[in-house]
Write a protein that binds this ligand. Structure first.
Ligand code: ADP
Ligand code: MG
Length: 383
């Protein structure tokens, strides 16, 4: 843990955030109103790797500038009951004078199993949050709130019921799926309390180019640009491309241009990308792997036939992939949002299984009336 920074670990993002001026302005507006004594809240949502943690970290200096004390806590999957909450309300005598209720709260959080502790803890947290806001405006920044333990989520939900909280900005980052019931309750409570919804969208092509220039000191050349286009504007995937290239000695920079050479980076990139989709349910990953055989986009009945599923079951699984931002609807078909993910899944298929899937795709597409060259293409890859 980074002991040196009172806002805690994860407080530092990339040196310069590209393409997020609009989102930062949006939240800066909330910070200003909280500095003036109002209460505000925002939910930062978006697909994995889109930059929620980076944006949250970028709020820290902005908050200090307007006199709002940031308290940033990053939740990790191994959280213990009340773990994140304990960090959020940890004593900070340099900003807020410690009082008797703080001592009681700290004691209860050390032994939360005491009978009736849960209600008392929630009451004390609400009181502490309000008291702090009254003494010195602050921002409660919780990264990956969806990973928090049920006890913490309950208290944060209760906090929403008490909103607006004068002098307090609450910002929670969330992944769209999978959502536990407690997370759904939390989101619903904050939405009802008027929280601003900030949806992080993919970075634009110029923003991706700027990011690359900042990282490697050269503008991407044509081959690198082509690979970057498969990241769908997801900064983590952009980072994966650069890291895979660097790790395999496939990146050259000359005359201000950064370029990929050879193909040694591909397997490394596949492996990195697969690690990022490991959080997705196995059934969804399996179905997307089958879909990868059909190409960058596909129609649902074709995938259902390929996967030997009925269309309804296929849809149910795909809805999750849609919510996760891995595929997007394009008219009556679905398309992989990041072709780099499709390639990683496709490259992971054992050759025999890949051939069998292409053979099945040829059969399914022929039955659906696809043109002959498409069917021939699959048959060639089935050999
Ligand atoms: N706007 C941005 N500009 C530059 N780098 C970014 C930007 N957004 C995210 N990154 C970088 O991309 C990676 C993934 O971002 P992160 O915030 O961890 O995503 P998330 O929390 O949504 O999963 C990190 O290395 C982060 O520093
Ligand atoms: Mg994150």
């Amino acid at each position: 843990m980074d002991q040196g920074d009172p806002v805690g670990p994860g407080a530092r993002g990339p040196d310069v955030l590209v393409g997020r001026a609009g989102e930062l302005d949006d939240i800066d507006g909330l910070l200003t109103s909280v500095a003036g004594g109002d209460g505000a809240a925002a939910l930062l949502e978006g697909e994995a790797g889109i930059g929620r943690s980076a944006l949250l970290a970028a709020l820290v200096p902005g908050a200090r500038l307007v006199g709002v004390e940031p308290v940033l806590v990053r939740v990790d999957a191994a959280t213990v009951p009340y773990g994140p909450l304990r960090q959020l309300v940890a004593p900070r005598p340099d900003v807020w004078p410690a009082g008797e209720p703080d001592t009681e709260l700290a004691g209860l959080l050390q032994a939360p199993d005491e009978p009736a502790a849960a209600r008392r803890i929630a009451d004390l947290v609400v009181a502490a949050v309000l008291r702090r806001g009254d003494q010195h405006p602050w921002a409660l920044l919780l990264d990956d709130a969806h990973l928090a333990d049920a006890a913490t989520l309950d208290v944060l939900t209760r906090l929403a019921h008490e909103a607006p909280l004068p002098g307090v900005l609450v910002v929670l980052t969330l992944r769209p799926v999978p959502h536990r019931r407690e997370v759904q309750d939390l989101v619903a409570a904050w939405v009802r309390a008027g929280a601003r919804n900030v949806e992080l969208r993919p970075l634009s092509t110029p923003a991706v180019q700027t990011l690359v220039e900042q990282a490697v000191g050269g503008a991407p050349g044509p081959v690198l640009r082509g690979v970057l286009a498969t990241t769908g504007g997801n900064p983590r995937l952009v980072g994966d491309v650069l890291a895979a290239a660097a790790a395999t000695g496939s990146l050259t920079t000359s005359d201000g241009t950064a370029e990929l050479i050879g193909s040694g980076w591909q397997a490394e990139l596949d492996a990195r990308v697969r690690r990022h989709v490991a959080y997705v349910d196995a059934s969804v990953r399996t179905l997307l792997t089958q879909a990868s055989v059909l190409g960058t986009s596909f129609v649902v009945p074709d995938l259902a036939a390929l996967a030997a599923l009925d269309v309804t079951t296929c849809w149910r699984t795909l809805r999750y992939a849609l919510a996760a931002g891995l595929v997007a609807a394009r008219g009556d078909r679905l398309a992989f949002r990041h072709d780099v993910v499709r390639t990683a899944l496709y490259d992971d298929l054992p050759p025999q299984q890949r051939r069998a899937l292409h053979a099945r795709a040829a059969w399914a597409l022929e039955a659906a009336g696809a043109p002959p060259h498409v069917i021939t293409g699959h048959l060639e890859r089935a050999r």
